[in-house]
Design a protein around this ligand. Structure first.
Ligand code: NDP
Length: 259
């Protein structure tokens, strides 16, 4: 299936590793130019270089912190230099670990800025670029935890839930401009960070540990691969998914326990 993405410009935050890197590769494989962002300059530059040489597209690295207004401005400017964004994937994020009674205001606000304000600021800055090009697509990477919380990370659950609601509100506002906004809620996706955590917790039995996690949470009894999720995201951002607007899509191997 031709996804119609050749020559489009896709902005992917948190693209130096894990899911974001997989999504950036998947866009580039379809012929889209990509703006990759992360805080660590060396990592994001290396990722952009690999994508450009592997797929023959333009890959621009932006080293910035998306939880700040300046960090978002740098990304918006980079997209403009490439002729404007057609696609925006808000992916940068991380898990938390706390109790509500012990977590400081500062921690809540840090996660609010990372998971919600980054999407607010970037969509506000990138929407006019998309509108000028006749439309576009945005995808917020939240989490299954946005609707089915894990007990040990209330700040993660709450801010991802807010991101989902933000996407719904934004979708109604932007669809008259030809910009589709959707959310994806992944379940267990096997990233290098998951593997490192498993090694720390279980040593040589790290693969067994990951299997136990999958057995406990996902009826499919395995983690999803980054590529499985990335393909779904790229399709959703492509013109082939033109009637998908304001929806939340679970890619979780059956982990969600409700309908
Ligand atoms: P990783 O930790 O593997 O990668 C996170 C990426 O985001 C890195 O590129 C990191 O680079 C970047 N990043 C983190 N903080 C910032 C920041 N403040 N500004 C800019 N970039 C930042 O995460 P995953 O690939 O596992 O997760 C990606 C997204 O998917 C997250 O939003 C996560 O919540 C979500 N998700 C993941 C699941 C999973 O099972 N893996 C399941 C459900 C949702 P750097 O540190 O250099 O900034």
């Amino acid at each position: 299936m031709d996804l119609g993405l050749t020559g489009k410009v896709a902005v992917v935050t948190g693209a130096s590793k894990g899911i974001g890197l997989g999504i950036a590769h998947a866009f580039a494989r379809e012929g889209a130019h990509v703006v990759l962002t992360a805080r660590t300059a060396s990592a994001v530059e290396e990722a952009a270089g690999a994508i450009a040489s592997e797929h023959g597209v333009t890959a621009r690295a932006v080293a910035s912190d998306v939880s700040t207004a300046e960090g978002c401005d740098a990304i918006i400017a980079a997209a403009a230099e490439l002729g404007g964004a057609d696609i925006f994937v808000s992916n940068a994020g991380t898990g938390s670990n706390e109790t509500v009674l012990e977590a400081s205001d500062e921690k809540w606000l840090d996660f609010w800025n990372l998971h919600v304000m980054a999407a607010v600021r970037l969509s506000r800055g990138l929407a006019p670029q998309m509108e000028a090009k006749g439309g576009g697509a945005m995808l917020m990477n939240a989490s299954i935890c946005a609707v089915q919380p894990l007990w040990y990370e209330p700040i993660y659950n709450t801010t991802k839930s807010a991101l989902m609601m933000f996407a719904k509100c934004l979708s109604t506002e932007l669809i008259p401009k030809g910009i589709r906004v959707n959310t994806v809620n992944p379940g267990l996706i096997r990233t290098p960070d998951w593997e490192n955590t498993a090694r720390e917790l279980a040593g040589d039995n790290w693969e067994g540990y990951l299997q136990e996690v999958a057995d406990e949470h996902a009826p499919i009894r395995r983690f999803g691969s980054v590529e499985e999720l990335a393909d779904f995201c790229v399709f959703l951002c492509s013109p082939r998914a033109s009637y998908a607007v304001g929806s939340t899509h679970h890619v979780d191997g059956g982990m969600l326990k409700t309908i």
